[in-house]
Design a protein around this ligand. Sequence first.
Ligand code: ADP
Ligand code: MG
Length: 158
Amino acid sequence: MFTRITRSAEETAQLAQMVGKKLHEGTVVCLDGDLGAGKTLFVQNVAKMLGVEGEVTSPTFNLMNVYEGICRVYHFDLYRLEQPEELEDIGFYEYTEDPDGVVFIEWAEKFPGELPEDYISIRIDRQEGDSAARCLTFRAVGAAYQEDVKELDEFCRF
Ligand code: ADP
Ligand code: MG
């Protein structure tokens, strides 16, 4: 586990771009944190590094967007999802197992029982006293991403 403090949206974008240089196909990333924490901004900037050229928009209303970069990029947002049964309909289980894709899941903690066994968790928390500061906590859940998270810790310095 490791944490980084960012002091602006630009710094979070920079951090996300560093992460994007290291992520590889088959990785699942869960993002949690309040509305406006910066989850979508983070995904937008990782996606840029994964070669996604068009605009990456929040999938709050359609629940899932898919992009083509150097690999496939799946972007879920479970905020408005009410029943876990709907996950099947939006391809959640299929896509989170796609070895050729990178998967981002905003509001993953809403459905803890439905998540894959292994994933990288990123929690974004606001910081008291500074409305533009965030604390990002990176954690490997399960065995598969332990090394990747260590590498991210070493690589993501600023
Ligand atoms: P979420 O997807 O978590 O609801 P968004 O990424 O859509 O949040 O929005 C985050 C908002 O917070 C953006 O308007 C962004 O400019 C602003 N912001 C301010 N400071 C930061 C920061 N340090 N990191 C990320 N976003 C920040
Ligand atoms: Mg969002």
